[in-house]
Structures are given as C-alpha cells and as structure tokens.
Design a protein around this ligand. Structure first.
Ligand code: CMC
Length: 427
C-alpha cells in the first residue's frame, strides 16, 4: 500500500506520497504542494529538504556510515586507488583493469594547460589565496574550452570529464608551486594519477625527484576520503549551477568557491590555524573550550560538528589513524597533533559537545597530514577541492542525465509593502 503523509491546513486536507530510498529512508514528496495548497515550505539551510534522488553516496549520520556506490568508505580508503574511486563515483561501477588503463590514458591526453592560462596564473599577486586563484583559473578553463557539453552525446560528456580530471591537478600543483615560489612544471606521465600529482607538487628545481611512498599513500587516502559527500554546500552549488545548463567547468569553479568557506572545506585551514594559535598561547585547552561554549564569543571549535554526522564522522577516524602513522613514518613530531588529541578528548567528555552531538569531522586531522607533507596551510583546501572533483563530476553528470529542472527555490517575502516612489529632493 502506498505510504502517504497528510497535511491539514485551513480546514482542507491534502495527501502527499512518501518516497523510499534503497536504504529505507523516507521523504515526503511535496512536488504538488504549491499547486494544491498555494503554500511553500520554509527551511533555512535546507536542514530538512532533499533536493534530489541520487544513487551516488549513502550517508547515515546517526550510525556514522558513508558508502560510495554501495562500498564502505573504510574499504575504499584501505584498498582502492583514487582513480578507481573516481571512476566508480562518476560511472557507477569499479573499473576493470582495461577500463582503468583507458581512463588514465585519456586523462593524460588532456593533462596540459594552455600557455595563455599560465600567464593568467602568473599575474596573480603571490599574496592571493590559493582557493581564489584555483576558482578563477577553473572558471577561465571555460574560456579555453567554450563548448557547452551535449549530455546526449556520450563521447562529448566523457571528453569533458577526462579534460577536467586531467587539467585540475595541473592547476592545483601550479597554484601550490606559485605560492611556494617554485617554477611551474609538468609531471611525469609514466606515473599513476596520484603519484604524478605528488611529483608535480613536490619536485624541486635543484634536486632529482624521489617519490616518497608514504606521502603518495597518504595523499591517495586523503583524496579518496574527500572524494564525495552527497548534497553538501559545494556539491549542491555544482548541481544548482549546472541545472541552468552551465558547463561542467563553470559549475566546478562555483563548487570551488563554495568549498572555500571555513564552515565547509576551508575548515582544514582554520583547524591548523586554531591549533597553532592555541600552541602559541601556551597550549591552554580549557581556555579554548570555554570560548567555544560561550555564545557571546564567535569562536567555534573548528573541525568539530557536522550537519549530518551526529555520532561520529567515519572519515575522521580513518584520518586520525593515518595522521599518527604518517607523522611517525616521516619522523615528524608536530606539537599541534598533541593539542588536537587533547582538544578532542576534552570535547568528547564535555556536556556542551555531547548534548549537541559534536564530534571531530574530516577536517580535524587532515590539515595535520598536509602540513607533514610540507603543504602550506593556505593550500589545504585546494587539496580538498582536488579530492572532491570526482564527486562534483558524478553529481553534475547525474543531475544532467536525470534531466533535473533548474534549481530555483522560493521565499517568504518580509519586506516593505507597495509604496510610491519619492523623488530625490523630497527624501
Ligand atoms: N564549536 C562550538 N559549537 C558548535 C560547533 C563548534 N564547532 N558546531 C556547532 N556548534 C553548536 C552551535 O553553536 C549550536 O549550538 P546551539 O544549539 O546552542 O545554538 C549547535 O552546536 C548546532 O550547530 P549548528 O551551527 O546549528 O549546526 P549546523 O548543522 O548548521 O552546522 C557546521 C554544522 C559544520 C557548520 C558546524 O558544526 C560548524 O560550524 N563547525 C565548525 C566548522 C567545521 O569544522 N566545518 C567543517 C565541516 S565538515 C567538512 C565539510 O563540510 O567540508
């Protein structure tokens, strides 16, 4: 029997069907609400609103479950290669060796940047924030690849995907190199996708590049953990921008801007800056716990809390373990790791955080690993963007293939009522 939700209003009663997902989550399908009642729903921050049906990622915030296309995040982070995961997210299935090889070859074919775009990068001031530069350059990619993608044409859609998968890592590496005062160089295309990214980023002009296996593995894991997270702020942005039939590059550029903010991807930078501030201030954890709980103080414990996870963030568990291992393997003693662990311990037993179900999120420990790799704090979120790219592509592709309507929410107007224009000399 069809499940229904009943809405009673002004003496009338209207019924709406319930939609059930494959993991038995239920939602009320209110597509006909306005036509039937002239009402709209009001849900700031979309805390209760599903914007689409999606087959890409399953997330259960109460149980701390995250799956890409049905595969547990732990399984993927421990066993898979980032490019395999990217293929899985975008096309729905893990690739065969042949499919993976072809994907890599096609991406490498596109792994170059127009020299004129390089000039744009060179003209940015060295003080520019890497996320602003990356978003601008990704947007500029559109100017160099102006065709809109015809999604009915599978080959064209595939070409757009491999193009951005090829070009974004070069841009990321160059944004990092420019910030570090290093010459802009290409990688070694005999290498794998992630190994090549590491080489493009870390190769020094005065030394032969020797790959560091620990760094490559840690990077692979971090990119997988960041690859997709259903309808978060940046992904929703990518889908909404793409819903106007703007191209893939333009939509991803908008996603990068959304990711930049400290409440979203920018938290990885904010966390390490916060930990560093605490360290320089004498390492008094209790002082900062008090600040975080004080409603008159804007300070928040960065890297804590999540809109969906209300138990634990499975990515944070994997990253914490990885941070310990990477620092140990690289022989690095970072005092902020110690401060992070103490803060986590204090928060997990503090009623304010327990009552509000605030746990460490993916960004709490990721910056510590990036810092151990030698990446500057301002560049952390750029690494997050690189990891999230397959997720954005998968969601954009799904949204277009499902022929979703243009994203255009409504509002409840609370401004002035109609009034006559007052000429300037009478105001
Ligand atoms: N420190 C102190 N208090 C907090 C924190 C925090 N980090 N996060 C939430 N709260 C409190 C908040 O003040 C509110 O308290 P009250 O009910 O008394 O008003 C309650 O917890 C609920 O918070 P909210 O802001 O309504 O929750 P939200 O779902 O709108 O926001 C969040 C989620 C992630 C934006 C928020 O927890 C936050 O700002 N965290 C710090 C920034 C951060 O780490 N962001 C990364 C998120 S994960 C990766 C990603 O998205 O890219």
């Amino acid at each position: 029997m069809e499940k229904l939700a009943k809405l009673s209003y002004d003496g009338k009663s209207v019924e709406f069907p319930l939609v059930e997902g494959t993991e038995n989550e239920l939602g009320i399908d209110i597509k006909t609400l306005r036509a039937a009642t002239n009402l709209i729903t009001l849900d700031p921050g979309f805390k209760n609103t599903g914007s689409c049906q999606s087959a890409i990622t399953f997330l259960n915030g109460e149980k701390g479950v995250l799956r890409y296309r049905g595969y547990d995040i732990e399984d993927l982070a421990n066993n898979a290669d980032f490019l395999e995961v990217a293929y899985l997210l975008i096309f729905g299935e893990l690739p065969t060796q042949e499919q993976l090889d072809k994907f890599l070859v096609d991406i490498k074919e596109e792994s170059f940047i127009d020299e004129d775009l390089k000039k744009i990068l060179e003209s940015f001031p060295s003080s520019a924030h890497p996320m602003g530069v990356l978003s601008s350059l990704t947007s500029a990619l559109t100017a160099f690849n102006p065709k809109t993608v015809d999604i009915e044409d599978e080959e064209q859609l595939y070409r757009a995907i491999v193009r951005i998968m090829g070009k974004l890592p070069v841009l990321v590496a160059w944004v990092y190199r420019k910030k570090s005062g290093l010459p802009l160089k290409y990688g070694d295309y005999a290498l794998g996708y992630v190994e090549n990214i590491a080489r493009m980023m870390f190769r020094k002009p005065n030394k032969e590049y020797v790959a560091n296996h620990i760094v490559d593995q840690a990077l692979n894991k971090l990119l997988i953990l960041h690859a997709e997270h259903e309808q978060n702020c940046s992904t929703s942005t990518v889908r909404v921008v793409g819903s106007s039939h703007a191209g893939l590059f333009a939509s991803v550029a908008a996603g990068i801007s959304a990711l930049w903010g400290p409440l979203h991807g920018g938290a990885n930078q904010a966390v390490v800056e916060m930990l560093e501030d605490i360290r320089q201030d004498g390492g008094d954890i209790n002082k900062y716990m008090k600040k975080a709980k004080d409603k008159s103080d804007p300070f928040r414990l960065m890297g804590f809390g999540h809109r969906v996870y209300k138990n634990f963030d499975p990515r944070a568990r994997i990253i914490k373990k990885s941070a310990n291992e990477v620092l140990e393997d690289l022989g690095i003693v970072d005092p902020v790791l110690d401060i992070a662990k103490k803060l986590e311990e204090a928060a997990l037993s503090d009623p304010y955080f327990v009552e509000r179900k605030l746990y460490p999120n993916v960004d709490f420990y990721s910056g510590i690993i990036y810092r151990a790799m030698g990446i500057s704090t301002e560049t952390f979120t750029v690494m997050f963007a690189l990891g999230r790219l397959p997720g954005w592509i998968a969601q954009w592709r799904e949204m277009r293939l499902n022929k979703e309507p243009i994203g255009r929410p409504r509002q409840i107007y609370v401004g002035k009522n109609q009034r006559p224009f007052v000429p300037l000399n009478k105001r």
